[in-house]
Write a protein that binds this ligand. Structure first.
Ligand code: CA
Length: 234
């Protein structure tokens, strides 16, 4: 990545060691990080519109990460926001999604996972090139999904799927074991730049159809997470 192509990323995190660690990792991977300690300062810097992505801690002095997220989202609907949450705090994840966050990583996180999340959000927002569309068959529960043939095979059956349905399965399988918000599915699968304006019922209808097609008697492959999103656990 050339010097002028560096993508500016805002890091709002009050723990100095984590903040400087994040900034180092981002700089090493070719980004242009700005570290901010306080929530209210983070909001002010974020509102300047100079950054392509925000890494946002939730417990912050000055203003909570939830409030920062909500206010940033109001004025910049397409700005990717990645929350830093504590391990096991599903409540925080769901509250963050309600405040408009796009995705999350749990602390302590692996650098590989963090960078993968950052890249995925930047690709979605058009700041990085999109990857090739998934065309190789992949496993989903006991099914093998064939994106080229638009079918799922398994359980001695063959199930015809639409392109959209396959895209939903790809998005869920790519985040196996993690909550995927409706907002994120709408952005990823439907390509809406500002998914908040769109009926999330679209997603629910597609998931309902997928369940009808793919679920056996032992419960659903696609779990609903308290009305906020979905999870595929592999
Ligand atoms: Ca904190």
């Amino acid at each position: 990545m050339s010097e002028e192509a560096r993508i500016p990323v805002l890091v709002v995190e009050d723990e100095t060691a984590i903040r400087s660690g994040l900034c180092d990792v981002l700089a090493f991977h070719g980004y242009e990080p700005t570290g901010v300690e306080r929530g209210d300062d983070g909001l002010a810097v974020g509102l300047s519109g100079d950054h392509a992505l925000v890494l946002l801690d939730l417990m912050l002095p000055g203003m909570s990460g939830f409030d920062v997220c909500e206010k940033l989202r109001e004025s910049q609907p397409a700005l990717p926001i990645l929350m830093l949450t504590a391990r096991g705090s599903e409540e925080d994840v769901l509250r963050g999604f309600r405040c408009g966050a796009d995705d999350y990583v749990t602390k302590p996180f692996s650098i590989a996972e963090l960078m993968a999340r950052v890249e995925a959000l930047l690709r979605r927002s058009g700041r990085l090139e999109k990857p090739e569309e998934q065309s190789e068959p992949f496993a989903f529960g006991t099914w093998t999904v064939d994106p080229e043939a638009l079918v799922a095979r398994g359980n001695e059956k063959e199930c015809v799927l639409t392109r959209r349905e396959i895209d939903v399965l790809v998005a869920l399988a790519a985040q196996t074991g993690r909550i995927v918000s409706r907002r994120s599915l709408l952005a990823e699968v439907w390509g809406y730049p500002d998914p908040d304006r769109v009926e999330t019922r679209t997603i629910d209808m597609h998931v309902a159809k997928l369940r009808k097609k793919l679920d056996g008697e032992s419960g659903s492959l696609i779990e609903t997470v308290r009305g906020e999103g979905y999870r595929y656990s592999g």
